[in-house]
Write a protein that binds this ligand. Structure first.
Ligand SMILES: NC(=O)c1ccc[n+]([C@@H]2O[C@H](COP(=O)([O-])OP(=O)(O)OC[C@H]3O[C@@H](n4cnc5c(N)ncnc54)[C@H](OP(=O)(O)O)[C@@H]3O)[C@@H](O)[C@H]2O)c1
Length: 347
């Protein structure tokens, strides 16, 4: 693999963006597997904390230090869209927040713009794949570039990477506990805490969405379910077409009633084929104490994949943190770098 740096436009330099930058610079010695990956931003954009652009490329560690020391970057010298169209770069790394009301925008248009320019796009933001997976995947295929979003569901756990390992299998159904915040909040309710206090803790720890209704009303889970349905079941749905009920209305009494019956409340995402179509749901369910879902505690997550050839396959995730999310982005960047090396070798 080439050590030639990937030239990147980074959009979003929040919890995940800065953790990614830290892992690739000041924390790098802890991760020998990163030896072959070098990222050289030509631009870094934020929402309210300015931007920095250097068409020649800049040192990622310097950029992280400037951001921390200055509390942000200077005012943006150009728009994100201009940067994506005018600068020379290999990959867009899109790490801005999910916006359901805007149907995944502005991230979706930015991913589309990068792909149209023949650049790869890597994103932890669920919006692009939840609202336009089919269009963007087809665009990427036509342009001969990658559209990757491993960290959009279960962080760096290999969810989308599993597709190639399941070659020959047809996925029939998926079920999962996929929203960290609601699972964490329910676990805290079981310990007698209020929803509000549990959400505040989740926000302080950096994994709750800035707008808690995205988690509590099941929108984040619906976005993940839509991505999974689009990717594994060839659906063409978006989060608004997922039948959705969140946990906002749940309280200690609901949790206690489930516990008294030897069950646990969980926000469960499902997608399956039915009468030639794909159905997708998100809803609180009481799961039996012996079920794998009942073993998913706190920030954990789980995904059950049913195929036509094999018994159900499970991916379980225990206590992920920001490094897990950044690791998913890193896996995608390594895939882009490996592809570039493959092209060079005439593969
Ligand atoms: N945190 C996690 O554990 C986790 C896990 C999986 C996936 N994700 C996804 O990863 C993405 C980033 O998460 P995060 O925790 O890093 O979020 P965050 O801390 O809220 O950071 C978001 C970043 O995006 C910037 N931003 C906001 N609106 C923007 C816009 N319109 N254009 C350009 N930049 C904009 C923000 O700038 P300002 O600060 O200046 O507003 C900030 O730099 C989200 O889509 C999230 O759903 C996060």
């Amino acid at each position: 693999m080439s050590k030639k740096p990937l030239r990147a436009v980074l959009v979003g330099f929040g919890n995940v963006g800065r953790k990614l930058a830290a892992m690739l610079t000041e924390e790098r010695d802890r991760y020998p597997g990163l030896a072959e990956l070098a990222l050289r931003p030509v631009a870094i954009f934020t929402g309210r904390h300015g931007a920095i652009v250097n068409p020649a490329g800049m040192d990622l560690g310097d950029a992280l230090r400037w951001y921390k020391e200055g509390g942000g970057f200077p005012a943006a010298p150009m728009t994100v869209m201009d940067a994506l169209r005018l600068l020379d770069y290999d990959v867009l790394v899109e790490l801005s927040p999910l916006d359901i009301a805007q149907r995944g925008e502005p991230a979706l248009s930015r991913v589309r713009a990068a792909l149209e320019q023949g650049r790869h796009a890597v994103t932890a933001n669920k919006g692009p794949a939840a609202f336009a997976y089919r269009e963007l995947a087809e665009l990427a295929r036509r342009k001969g570039v990658r559209f990757l979003f491993e960290s959009a569901v279960m962080d760096g756990a290999p969810v989308f990477a599993l597709r190639s390992a399941l070659s020959g299998c047809r996925v029939k159904a998926l079920a999962g506990i996929l929203n960290t915040t609601t699972n964490f909040v329910i676990s805290r309710l079981e310990r007698g805490e209020s929803i509000e206090a549990a959400v505040r803790t989740a926000q302080r720890l950096g994994f709750a969405e800035a707008d808690p209704s995205l988690d509590l009303e099941g929108w984040d889970a619906a976005a993940k379910t839509a991505i999974l349905a689009n990717f594994f079941l060839q659906a063409d749905i978006d989060p608004l077409r997922v039948e959705r009920r969140g946990i906002a209305g749940l309280g200690a009494a609901d949790v206690a009633r489930a516990a008294a019956a030897g069950r646990r409340l969980k926000l469960v995402c499902r997608a399956w084929r039915e009468n030639g179509a794909v159905r997708a749901t998100v809803a609180p369910e009481e799961v039996d104490g012996g079920h794998h879902f009942a073993a998913v505690n706190g920030k954990g997550a789980a995904l059950r994949i049913e195929t036509d050839m094999m018994g159900p396959i499970w991916i379980m995730q225990e206590d992920p943190g920001l490094a897990d999310t950044a690791a998913g982005v890193i896996q995608d960047l390594l895939a882009v770098a490996a592809g570039r090396q493959g092209e060079k070798n005439g593969k």
